[in-house]
Write a protein that binds this ligand. Structure first.
Ligand SMILES: Cc1ncc(COP(=O)(O)O)c(C=O)c1O
Length: 313
């Protein structure tokens, strides 16, 4: 069942994105709507998961095992995939039990949850981390945090083809580069691998700048046999991962109103706000055509809605 259905990510429409600040900077934008790929396997997740799921199917796994936080878009998509395609799923969660809309969905999708605390979660990079969990859940296939690694990146490479196939339809012509939110940098690495150095890829960092993301991207590029790429990371974190302020909340609501594009505060609104700042500072030449990737994550907005409205309206 999994083999037949899940292996190709769904289709993401490309749309023109008309925002006054981009127009003023002479930059044309289109948006790749990964949020519309699937109601549950939404955003970059199906792309990041597709090669992992293919490997799980090929290994004859009976279940899927992965980790994330209480708002994790990755665990949400994985649990939905397991539920849809008949795979048991086990989620290892950061911290202590807490009820969030995401956690409620994980349970509804049938995911078995284990809360690791914060120290326990920090052990996840140890080589012996998975062994006891695989002993406890024999036949389960472990998928790295966030669906990362080379398999995750290679799944994301498919986005490039989807954009190229729609440029004519939306009258966008050739594009010069990509702009997207970066967490681990896996999605960015996938785009960079597929572009093979031909176009710039800008990653708007959702978390505080550190060398970790660039190191991860460089490692993924090297594993894919590619050395240097015109990718660039820009700080979009606004004082920390998952933090948001009045400026961001107002920007989110204004952009939604002006463009009709639904956003969430952790990745997509931060990435677009960072693009606005970048353009205001003259970061791109007039006439540049950029594809903004809407990486999804809208399910995670539910927990932030009240705070967003308090700050932004
Ligand atoms: C909605 C959303 N956008 C962007 C990202 C960042 O993706 P990556 O970790 O591949 O950089 C994530 C995390 O996976 C996400 O959930």
């Amino acid at each position: 069942m999994l083999e037949a259905l899940v292996l190709e990510p769904g289709w993401a429409p490309l749309q023109r994105l008309d925002l006054d600040w981009a127009r003023r900077a002479g930059v044309e934008l289109a948006v790749l709507r990964l949020d519309l790929v699937d109601p549950q396997l939404s955003g970059n997740k199906w792309f990041k998961l597709s090669h992992h799921l293919r490997a799980a199917a090929a290994s004859g796994a009976s279940g899927l095992l992965s980790l994330g936080g209480a708002h994790s878009n990755h665990l949400h998509a994985l649990a939905a995939a397991g539920c849809r395609f008949g795979y048991a799923t086990v989620g290892l969660l950061r911290g202590h039990p807490v009820e969030t809309p995401t956690v409620a969905d994980l349970r509804r999708f049938g995911m078995e949850l284990h809360w690791l605390g914060y120290d326990g979660y920090r052990q996840r990079h140890r080589p012996d981390f998975w062994a006891p969990w695989l002993e406890r859940h024999p036949g389960h296939y472990p998928i790295p945090e966030g669906g990362g690694g080379l398999a995750g990146a290679l799944g994301c490479a498919g986005m490039v083809e989807q954009v190229r196939g729609q440029l004519g339809e939306v009258g966008f012509g050739e594009y010069d580069g990509w702009w997207l939110a970066a967490g681990t940098g896996t999605t960015l690495a996938g785009l960079a691998i597929a572009e093979a150095g031909q176009r710039a890829v800008y990653g708007a960092l959702a978390g505080p700048p550190s060398h970790r993301v660039a190191a991860e991207i460089d490692s993924l590029l090297a594993q894919a046999g590619q050395a240097s790429h015109p990718y660039r990371l820009v700080d979009a974190s606004r004082d920390g991962f998952g933090r948001f302020d009045e400026t961001l909340a107002r920007f989110l609501f204004e952009t939604e109103r002006d463009s009709g594009l639904p956003l969430e505060p952790v990745y997509t609104a931060k990435a677009l706000l960072a693009l606005r700042t970048f353009l205001q500072e003259g970061g791109l030449e007039r006439g540049t055509r950029l594809v903004f990737v809407h990486t999804g994550g809208l399910q995670g907005r539910r927990a932030a809605e009240a705070e967003l409205r308090r700050l932004g309206t």
